[in-house]
Design a protein around this ligand. Structure first.
Ligand SMILES: [Zn+2]
Length: 290
């Protein structure tokens, strides 16, 4: 994604992994080729690899620079976690992208996680001398407190495969005293705040940015593909509560439809950012910052 500017705030992207990923029928239990293929063909060719029949899914971190703070939203899968394929992405692309923005680990003031899944909290920590430590020594990490508690509980029950996401990426932040365990009405300042969009995970939140008279929203995994704007009820196999995920998606899409609110979904390929248009009970995703 090209760096976006809203007034005195910039929003950039660091890509960890890009390209064709899963088949839509494997991702969405409700998927059917009719009307799924027609929806996909109506979207830009960059979002669906027709040759392999796979959706194009990007894994990225957003970097928000305000006059006061440098903020990361969602931190991909990270390094040295030992995750099994296909989640064993090489670490260098993310590190190169981070450096290309002129950033050092010490520059980060806040890390927001829309939720605490494997591909959204990885760079929270690094392995140093055999211990998982916060990657960003000066940062406060903003986790929803009940999201944190839910994955702590799931980990204790052995129900958070591959089992170490919370242990490696979340607990060390709390132990280091760098976590802000917040509620879903958390407001950092006039520029950045959370809104709840539960369903994909127990307490998934969107991260809102307001600057230059415009709003942008990092939507995390509230939707994984632009296809879900055409079919808001198509939740993914990764959603914790498919019905709640669909309800959050519909309600959010309706709330921003036909406004100039910029949408920043983590998994949408470049140009990533877009706006929502209403179309009866469905919606359109219009790529481009507009
Ligand atoms: Zn994700």
């Amino acid at each position: 994604m090209e760096t976006l500017h809203l007034g005195d705030v910039s929003i950039a992207s660091i890509i960890e992994r890009d390209g064709p990923w899963r088949r839509p029928e494997d991702m969405f239990p409700a998927y059917t080729a009719d009307p799924g293929l027609a929806h996909l063909r109506a979207l830009p060719p960059s979002v669906f690899d027709a040759a392999s029949g796979r959706l194009v899914i990007t894994y990225q971190t957003f970097v928000i620079r305000t006059p006061k703070h440098t903020i990361l939203v969602d931190t991909c899968t990270g390094e040295d976690k030992g995750y099994p394929a296909p989640m064993d992405f090489p670490k260098q692309p993310w590190l190169d992208g981070f450096a290309a923005l002129g950033l050092r680990f010490t520059d980060i003031d806040y890390v927001f996680c829309t939720h605490l899944h494997i591909d959204h909290c990885g760079w929270n920590t690094r392995l140093v001398n055999g211990r998982w430590v916060p990657t960003f020594p000066n940062a406060k990490y903003v986790f929803h407190k009940r999201e944190y508690a839910a994955w702590e509980d799931a980990t204790a029950k052995g129900a958070n495969p591959p089992g170490n996401v919370w242990t490696y990426n979340c607990r060390p932040i709390v132990e280091a005293g760098q976590a802000l365990l917040v509620d879903d009405d958390f407001t950092l300042d006039d520029t950045v705040w959370l809104t709840p969009t539960p369903g994909h995970s127990p307490c998934h939140c969107c991260v809102n940015i307001r600057a230059g008279g415009r709003r942008a929203v990092v939507t995390g995994d509230m939707m994984h593909h632009a296809l879900q704007c055409r079919e808001p009820d198509w939740s993914t196999v990764f959603d914790w509560d498919a019905k709640q995920a669909a309800a959050s998606r519909r309600s959010f899409l309706a709330s921003v439809a036909d406004t100039d609110t910029l949408i920043l979904p983590i998994h949408f390929p470049a140009p990533t950012a877009g706006r929502i248009g209403a179309d009866g009970t469905r919606f359109h995703y219009r790529f481009g910052p507009g």
